[in-house]
Each structure stands twice: as structure tokens, then as C-alpha cells.
Design a protein around this ligand. Structure first.
Ligand SMILES: Cc1cc2nc3c(=O)[nH]c(=O)nc-3n(C[C@H](O)[C@H](O)[C@H](O)COP(=O)(O)O)c2cc1C
Length: 178
């Protein structure tokens, strides 16, 4: 199963368009993180407490992620970062690491192919590179890794179609998904 974790606020914006192009003809589940609620992370790493429940939508989403073979993080570049929504989902991984029900969290993440789609309007293929590192290092921390990334250059909806490099790459990824 391919799962998209979409962190944008425009459902028909460039990030969504480029990601749909990647997935054309392939079955997938599309999770719109922006419509869900993620509470701030609880840092219990240096306490006796474990995490045993979540009071937001996180557990549903992480369970969907862990049942996937392929996961695409799809985010607009917001202030030279991935979106706050996607980041707040990732913050919760620290809770899962303290949750005995997910004692095999790292092993399960290691077996997933992660990819990243970013779109920005300000020289993103240079200025959004720290976002790629951020995701790669976060995955590495869990023993997982980022298989590939695609950075599109666009501002207004539909503008992504003028980024021939990004569209070509999306087609290449589409072939990869077979
Ligand atoms: C809150 C906000 C912050 C943004 N910050 C950046 C930025 O730092 N760098 C950049 O390249 N583009 C930035 N943009 C532009 C978007 O990345 C751009 O419009 C792109 O198309 C992705 O958004 P979309 O998927 O909704 O179309 C920003 C847009 C918004 C709304």
C-alpha cells in the first residue's frame, strides 16, 4: 500500500497536483494531515511514565503508516521548512518511541520506503534542501531512510505544470511504482 501524508493547506495546490501526478493510475491512500488534529508532543523520555494513549488523531495515522510499504511525505515549503502540520506529526514519533505497544517501531519504519515531495516558490531546489536533510535525519534516527525526493518550483495553483523537470521526475516516480 502507498500512503501519502499530505501536509499542505491547498487541496488543489501545486504540492497536491505534483503528488497526484506521481500516483496517477496507482492505488493509494491520501491522508490530509491538515484536516486532522495533533496535540503538542509530550516528552516523557526522562520520566518513569510511558505513553499509553493519544488524545488526537496521531495513532490512527501512525498505524496507517506502519501498514504501508511506501510512504510519500508531501508538503509545500512554508517559511523554508516542511509545513507545521507535517512537523507536528513527526514530533509524535518521540512518543511512539516511549510507547511499549510499539516496541518494534524502529524495525517497522526501517521496512518502509519513504519519499518526499516538496513544492516552493522561492528557489526551492536550493533553499528547501534543509527540509530534505531534516526528513532524512529524522528517518535515519529511527534506522529508516529517505529513498528519494522531488522538489517542485511553483507558486500559483497549476503553475507546477510549467516546471518540466518536476513533471518529468513525477513521471519517473510513477514508473517506479510500477
Ligand atoms: C505560509 C506560507 C509560507 C511560504 N513560505 C515559502 C518559503 O519559505 N519558500 C518557498 O519557496 N515558498 C514558500 N511559500 C510558497 C509555497 O510554497 C508555494 O505557493 C507552493 O506552490 C506550494 O504551495 P501549494 O502546494 O499550496 O501550491 C509559502 C506559502 C505560504 C502560504
Amino acid at each position: 500500500m502507498i500512503t501519502v501524508l499530505f501536509g499542505g493547506s491547498r487541496e488543489n495546490g501545486n504540492t497536491a497536483t505534483l503528488t497526484r501526478k506521481v500516483l496517477e493510475g496507482h492505488e493509494h491512500q491520501w491522508i490530509n494531515l491538515t484536516q486532522l488534529s495533533f496535540k503538542p508532543v509530550r516528552d516523557v523520555r526522562h520520566e518513569e511514565n510511558h505513553i499509553l494513549s493519544y488524545n488526537d488523531d496521531y495513532q490512527t495515522v501512525i498505524d496507517q503508516v506502519l501498514q504501508s510499504d511506501e510512504v510519500i511525505f508531501a508538503s509545500p515549503v512554508y517559511w523554508y521548512s516542511v509545513s507545521a502540520t507535517l512537523k507536528s506529526f513527526i514530533d509524535h514519533w518521540s512518543e511512539t518511541l516511549q510507547d511499549p505497544r510499539y516496541h518494534d517501531f524502529k524495525e517497522r519504519m526501517e521496512n518502509i520506503n519513504f519519499r518526499l515531495v516538496l513544492v516552493g516558490g522561492d528557489s526551492p531546489r536550493i533553499k528547501a534542501l534543509p527540509c530534505v536533510q531534516q526528513i532524512e535525519y529524522s528517518l535515519q534516527f529511527l534506522g529508516a531512510h529517505l529513498a528519494d525526493y522531488l522538489i517542485g518550483y511553483a507558486e500559483k495553483p497549476e503553475e507546477i505544470y510549467q516546471d518540466h523537470y518536476a513533471i518529468r521526475e513525477a513521471e519517473r516516480w510513477n514508473n517506479y511504482y510500477g
